[in-house]
Design a protein around this ligand. Structure first.
Ligand SMILES: NC(=O)c1ccc[n+]([C@@H]2O[C@H](COP(=O)([O-])OP(=O)(O)OC[C@H]3O[C@@H](n4cnc5c(N)ncnc54)[C@H](OP(=O)(O)O)[C@@H]3O)[C@@H](O)[C@H]2O)c1
Length: 359
């Protein structure tokens, strides 16, 4: 199989450096370009990371001497050097929207971790196990932006990546309402404890914009394509609270759910155990073999399990039981910078490459 040349735009960030690590020996993708802000541009990748994170930050040695390009000024150059880019940049939304469009219009597909284009109706927001067919909308997007190869595809927010996968196999029991409380790690804000000492031994009850993303993005993922656009699903009704907790990596959700046709507890466990999506059917390199893993021990899953299971790409659940207000409640977890960011982005790119979108 042809290997595609790829770039990371935002390579010096929390998510960007994770992309570099996950791309070390990738069978489909060859990392040849890294880009970041003008502060990091013209330095080697190793120098830029040393300045930002200290010398302890590990990335594969063969990427150390890549020269960091300027993500904004070098759009044309980067687009000419690679087959597509992964984009994970922290920037104002309207500027980021323009920047991603500039890459796409330069015929360079963008696999984005950012939220700027998530609400564009012909931009697919993909979890490969759930809505792999949404990539079809790329054909309409290309017509709109007048490109042959260029397009933008996005990955949803990290907060919902544990509870949407656990609800998805239960959709045909007709979910009526969901209440979810997310407990999110500090790397979700691009931070480590050294740069955010306020988070040590602390909880912060507010994450800007997070509840809106947590409640609305699932409805696009569960939407249908009509006339070249994704029409969001109208249900289920979702309400959430998103809380920052003092954990370095891994997000947890406490979920309450009700159904029109209430399944038995065993039916839910069976659905989770046997669920496979397109990522597993195509045997994509980053796909977990067991997408949803249930733990019987009431003390698990724990965040440490998330870091150890299936290269941090699986969704872990536990404590499924009946509830007196909702039908059921349970706990689920996923790794925010792997499944919820770089790993999820790479899995989406593997899917799109198999579907022929980078040719
Ligand atoms: N962290 C997560 O768990 C997570 C999960 C899902 C999605 N995301 C999303 O992924 C994106 C990146 O998040 P992060 O946590 O990796 O952020 P981060 O650690 O703050 O990194 C931001 C990156 O953006 C670059 N950048 C900042 N301003 C720029 C500018 N004006 N021009 C060009 N590049 C610029 C930075 O380059 P310099 O180093 O040169 O400043 C750095 O490479 C965000 O949109 C975030 O919402 C994050």
């Amino acid at each position: 199989m042809k290997k595609y040349k790829v770039g990371i735009v935002g390579a010096t960030g929390m998510v960007g450096k994770n992309f570099a690590n996950l791309l070390k020996d990738h069978p489909f993708f060859d990392l040849t370009v890294v880009a970041a802000s003008s502060k990091s541009a013209s330095k080697t990748y190793r120098e830029a990371l040393d300045i930002k994170f200290g010398k302890t930050e590990k990335i594969p040695e063969r990427f150390h001497n890549l020269l960091v390009l300027d993500a904004q000024k070098d759009v044309k150059k980067i687009s000419s050097l690679v087959d597509f880019v992964f984009c994970a940049i922290d920037m104002e939304k309207y500027k980021l929207k323009k920047l991603e469009e500039a890459y796409a219009k330069s015929e360079c597909p963008v696999i984005s971790n950012n939220s700027a284009n998530r609400w564009t109706s012909d931009v697919p927001m993909i979890i490969p196990e759930i809505n792999s067919d949404h990539s079809r909308v790329i054909h309409s997007q290309r017509k709109r932006i007048k490109t042959k190869r260029g397009f933008i595809a996005v990955k949803p927010n990290c907060s919902l990546q544990c509870y949407v996968p656990t609800l998805h196999p239960l959709l045909n029991f007709k979910i009526t309402k969901v209440l979810v409380c997310t407990y999110q790690s500090i790397s979700g804000a691009g931070k480590v404890f050294n740069s955010w000492p306020e988070m040590i031994d602390n909880v912060i009850p507010y994450i800007p914009d997070e509840e809106e993303k947590t409640e609305k993005e699932p409805l696009k993922i569960w939407g249908k394509i009509k006339n070249g656009k994704i029409i969001n699903s109208k249900n289920p009704s979702i309400t959430s609270q998103c809380i920052r907790i003092p954990v370095s990596f891994g997000h947890t959700s406490a979920v309450f759910v009700s159904f029109k046709n209430k399944p038995s507890l065993n039916e839910i466990l069976e659905r989770w155990k046997f669920f496979k999506g397109e990522a597993q059917n195509l045997d994509l390199p980053s796909a977990p073999k067991q997408f949803i893993k249930y733990f019987d021990d009431p003390y698990r899953p724990q965040i440490n399990d998330v870091r150890k299971t299936e290269q941090s790409m699986a969704i872990l659940t536990g404590r499924l039981r009946e509830d007196k207000q909702y039908d059921y409640k349970f706990i689920c977890m996923s790794h925010n910078t792997v499944r919820g960011a770089a790993g999820g982005g790479i899995l989406m790119a593997e899917l799109l490459s198999k579907q022929g979108f980078f040719d």
